[in-house]
Design a protein around this ligand. Structure first.
Ligand code: AMP
Ligand code: MG
Length: 404
């Protein structure tokens, strides 16, 4: 029997992304909000700074008094958190410290290094109005929307949210991911076993990627190639996870039981087998309320397919504004071979040339085996070669997906 044509990568990716709906939101305390995705715009609840404040330790004064170069009378002090209550009158100045409210009447701060102090008197040089003063709201104003829905919160964004007076933020729930590895040959790292054992490494890299993408790994298990065991695990995971990622067993051999187990669990399969190298056996669909990604078990296939499909899926579930990362332009640092009918994501390293262009050098063709984890770890990007792309020369334009 002839197998159906392989699904193009772009079509498969669109199905993965369109098949997922953003998860509901929840209130997240700021100390847990880094790396979470905002589910609503964040408005400043106050202006920053709330008043005109000093940017220096020095003296607050009235510019109209300074031209005369006469001593001014010090009438008090304004420190951060302790403002001077009175207004400055003509001929008066006040000691002031960084962050303190500029007293009424004052329109300039002279830094202490430029002042001549003599007891209760101070002589200041002529400065223009506003010097060394941070005007109220110069950073942001109450009501400003600076952090937008769909943004992944960086450490800097969390600091800004705090400055805007938010104790909690409305964020998308973290997608719960169950990672099910399958293979009779698999053992845990360090566990010993027969010489022909294969160390199960995939769920570590995939779990790390999930965490990095803001997801929560609720289950990561290695299962034997037994239909009942796999079906049972899928039945359990469809209740407790938003995403089920299966690793290995996705092909169509007798020991590849993911598809039969998903069919048994009533999954709707959107595609199975795609025009991609590495990653031909990849499948996707839904089972219960969970999304499913079935990835091949060779470690490079697993990881590359996770970058191509799982990352956008997790981003979409978190309501990120652009779940699919756009490929970046680059320049070929070496000639590349002609491609066949499967899109190829070639493990490569890159550097910037003198003109700021990213120059990409693929590892040799013989190093592109989908089981070579050391090559994958050394790569910093994937060079994208479209299905049917002709051979290309060093110096030609190309596109990449960065890995770091
Ligand atoms: P499969 O996709 O099940 O046909 O597996 C393809 C190859 O990847 C086989 O050589 C497996 O031993 C290997 N493999 C499968 N799962 C894993 C895993 N979790 N970690 C490392 N290698 C694996
Ligand atoms: Mg297997």
């Amino acid at each position: 029997m002839k197998s159906p044509p392989l699904v193009p990568v772009t079509e498969a990716l669109a199905k993965v992304v369109n098949g997922a709906k953003p998860l509901p939101s929840e209130n997240v305390p700021l100390n847990l909000a880094a790396n979470r995705v905002l589910a609503a715009d964040v408005k400043a609840l106050r202006s920053q700074p709330p008043f005109d404040v000093s940017a220096m330790d020095g003296y607050a004064a009235r510019t109209s008094d300074l031209a005369a170069n006469k001593p001014l009378k010090l009438v008090g002090e304004s420190a951060a958190g302790h403002r001077l209550k009175c207004e400055l009158q003509a001929g008066e100045a006040a000691r002031i410290f960084t962050g303190a409210v500029v007293p009424g009447g004052a329109d300039v701060v002279v830094e202490q290094e430029s002042a001549k102090r003599d007891g209760d008197l101070v002589t200041l040089p002529a400065y223009e109005a506003g010097k060394n003063i941070r005007a109220a709201g110069v950073d942001f104003r109450e009501g400003d929307v600076i952090l937008k829905k769909g943004l992944r919160l960086s450490a800097r964004a969390v600091g800004l949210a705090a400055a805007m007076d938010h104790a909690t933020l409305v964020c998308a729930k973290r997608p719960r991911v169950a990672i099910l590895s399958t293979g009779d040959e698999l053992v845990a790292p360090g566990a010993g076993g027969p010489p022909e054992r294969i160390v199960a490494s995939n769920h570590f890299s995939v779990a790390a990627l999930c965490e990095q993408e803001g997801a929560e790994v609720v289950d990561a298990r290695v299962l034997k190639d037994k239909l009942d065991l796999i079906s049972e695990a899928i039945e359990g995971a469809k209740e407790s996870a938003d995403v089920i990622v299966t690793l290995g067993g996705a092909s169509v051999g007798e020991h590849d039981l993911i598809r039969p187990a998903l069919d048994k669990a009533g999954a709707v399969i959107d595609f199975h087998r795609i025009a991609l190298r590495p990653g031909k056996p990849t499948l996707s669909g839904g089972v219960g309320s969970a999304r499913v990604l079935g990835l091949p078990g060779n470690p490079v296939s697993t990881f590359v397919c996770s970058v191509i499909f799982l990352v956008p899926l997790l981003r979409k579930l978190q309501g990120m504004s652009e779940p699919v990362q756009k490929p970046l332009p680059a320049i070929l640092g070496e000639d590349v071979w002609e491609n066949d009918q499967r899109a190829d994501f070639i493990r490569s390293v890159s550097r910037y040339d003198g003109e700021g262009r990213r120059v990409v050098t693929p590892f040799l063709k013989k190093s592109q085996d989908s089981s070579f984890t050391s090559v994958l770890a050394k790569a910093d990007c994937l060079l994208i070669r479209a299905a049917g792309a002709p051979a290309a020369k060093k110096g030609e334009r190309c596109e990449i997906i960065p890995l770091d």
